[in-house]
Design a protein around this ligand. Structure first.
Ligand code: UD1
Ligand code: UDP
Length: 368
C-alpha cells in the first residue's frame, strides 16, 4: 500500500512519529511523508523530527502562515501536484488542523481514499476552527480511526457507517510511552532549578483565549495569582508571544517565560509538575496518562475521556472559576483514574493491522 502521510503542525509531528514507525516496520506499506510547512520555526518543527527520529519528509510544501482561507487554499494548491507526482493508494491525515482538512479535501476530490486518525472528536463548539476541520475531515474519510469511545459514538450519530469506524487508541500516547524514559534523562528540571511537584506548567494558544487582549489579560491576571504560590513555567507558542508582550501587565508571581520546548523537555516538565494548565488538546491527553492534574482553560473539550477517567478538569475561562479549580488541586482533590481503553502504546500497530486486513479482505472479495 502506497500510503501518503500528511503533517503540518507540532501536534501532527508527534502523532505521525508513531505511525511512520509502524508503517516502516512492515513490507506491506510504502509510506511517503509530506510536510505542509504550516509550522516552520525550528522549535515548532525540525526539533520534533530530530527528537522523535521522524524520517525527513519527502517534500515540504512551505505554505507558512496566513488567514484560514489563504492557508487552506495554499495547502490545497500545493498538495494537488504532489498527489499527481506520487499517485498514492491512500492519503492519511491526523488531528484537526488546517493541513488536515486541506489535504483531505484535495485527496478525495482526486478520487483517493482518505484515512483520518483521531476521528470523531467533537467539542460541539463551531466557533472553534478545529471543530469545523474535524467535522469536514470525518465527513470525507473512508477509514475513521478513533482514539476514544466518544469519537465512535459521535461518528455513528452523524450517520457514518459502523464498518468504517475503528477504536484503536491514541497514537499521541504511543509516542509518549515510547519516549518517557528518554525525557526523564534530559535533566531539564535541574537545568531550570525546579524541584519535582514544586512548579506549575502552562501552555496557551487557542485563538479564543489569546487573540482578544481583554480575554488574555483576564486569564493572565488569575494565572499571576497562581504564580504567587508556585513558579509557573510558560513555554510560549508563537501565536501568543506578541499578544502577551502587547498587554504590558505588571507581574507579581514567579514566572519562567521561555521559548516553545522540544518534545522531550516538555514531556519531562509535564511529568514532574504539580499542576498543568493548558488550552491544548494533546496536553489534556498526556497529563491523563502521566497522572498529573490538568486544568483546561476552556469552556469545553473534545476529549471527554480525559475528564471522565483522567486527571483533567474543565476550569473554564472565568477567573473565579479558574481560581476555585486551582484551589481544589492545591488541596489535592484530583486523583488519577484508569486510563482510557487502548491508550497502551499500540494504537499505530492497530491502525496498520486494520489497513492490512481490510485490503486483504477486499482483494479476496474481488477474486470471488
Ligand atoms: C495551529 C492549529 C491548532 C493547533 C496548533 C498547534 C489550525 C487552524 N490551528 O494553530 O489547531 O492546536 O496549530 O500548535 O490549523 N507561527 C510562527 N511560527 C510557526 C508557526 C506559527 O511564528 O512555526 C505564528 C504565526 O504568526 C502564525 C501564528 O503563529 O500566524 C498561528 O499559526 P497557525 O498555524 O495559523 O495556527 P496555530 O495557532 O499555530
Ligand atoms: N509541546 C511541546 N513543547 C511545548 C508545548 C507543547 O513539545 O513547548 C507538545 C505537547 O507535549 C503536546 C503537543 O505539543 O504533545 C501539543 O501541541 P499543541 O498544544 O501545540 O497543539 P494541540 O494539541 O492543542 O492541537
Amino acid at each position: 500500500m502506497k500510503i501518503l502521510l500528511v503533517a503540518g503542525t507540532r501536534p501532527n509531528f508527534i502523532k505521525i512519529a508513531s505511525l511512520m514507525t509502524a508503517f516502516r516496520a512492515r513490507a506491506f506499506f510504502q509510506p511517503i511523508l509530506i510536510h505542509t510547512g504550516q509550522h516552520y520555526d525550528e522549535k515548532m518543527s525540525d526539533l520534533f523530527f530530530r527528537q522523535l527520529e521522524i524520517p525527513e519528509p519527502t517534500e515540504n510544501l512551505e505554505v507558512g502562515s496566513g488567514s484560514h482561507a489563504v492557508q487552506t487554499a495554499a495547502i490545497m494548491t500545493r498538495f494537488e501536484p504532489v498527489l499527481e507526482r506520487y499517485r498514492p493508494d491512500v492519503v492519511l491525515v491526523v488531528g484537526d488542523v488546517n493541513s488536515t482538512v486541506a489535504c483531505g479535501l484535495t485527496a478525495v476530490k482526486k478520487g483517493i481514499p482518505l484515512i483520518h486518525v483521531e476521528a470523531g472528536l467533537r467539542s460541539f463548539d463551531r466557533t472553534m476552527p478545529e471543530e469545523i476541520n474535524r467535522i469536514v475531515t470525518d465527513a470525507l474519510s473512508d477509514w475513521l480511526f478513533c482514539s476514544e469511545e466518544d469519537g465512535v459514538h459521535n461518528l455513528l450519530r452523524e450517520g457514518r457507517p459502523a464498518e468504517r469506524i475503528f477504536l484503536v487508541g491514541n497514537v499521541m500516547i504511543d509516542t509518549l510511552l515510547r519516549h518517557r524514559e528518554r525525557a526523564a534523562r534530559t535533566g531539564i528540571l535541574e537545568q531550570m532549578g525546579l524541584g519535582p511537584r514544586r512548579y506549575a506548567l502552562l501552555t496557551l494558544h487557542r485563538p479564543a483565549n489569546v487573540d482578544d487582549p481583554a480575554t488574555l489579560s483576564r486569564l493572565m491576571e488569575v494565572l499571576d495569582r497562581v504564580a504567587c504560590d508556585w513558579p509557573i513555567v510558560f513555554p510560549i507558542h508563537p501565536r501568543t508571544r506578541a499578544r502577551l508582550e502587547a498587554l504590558g501587565l505588571q507581574w507579581r508571581g514567579q514566572w519562567k517565560w521561555i521559548e516553545p520546548l522540544g518534545y522531550l523537555e516538555f514531556l519531562a516538565l509535564m511529568d514532574g509538575a504539580r499542576l498543568v494548565m493548558t488550552d491544548s488538546g494533546g496536553v489534556q491527553e498526556e497529563t491523563t496518562v502521566l497522572g498529573v492534574p490538568c486544568l483546561t482553560l476552556r469552556e469545553n473539550t473534545e476529549r471527554p475521556a480525559t475528564i471522565r477517567l483522567g486527571t483533567n478538569r474543565l476550569a473554564g475561562t472565568d477567573p473565579d472559576r479558574i481560581w476555585k479549580a486551582y484551589e481544589a488541586v492545591r488541596e489535592g482533590a484530583v486523583q488519577p483514574g484508569p486510563l482510557p481503553p487502548l491508550w497502551d502504546g499500540r494504537a499505530a500497530e492497530r491502525i496498520a493491522d486494520a489497513l492490512e486486513k481490510s485490503v486483504a479482505s477486499c482483494a479476496l472479495g474481488q477474486r470471488k
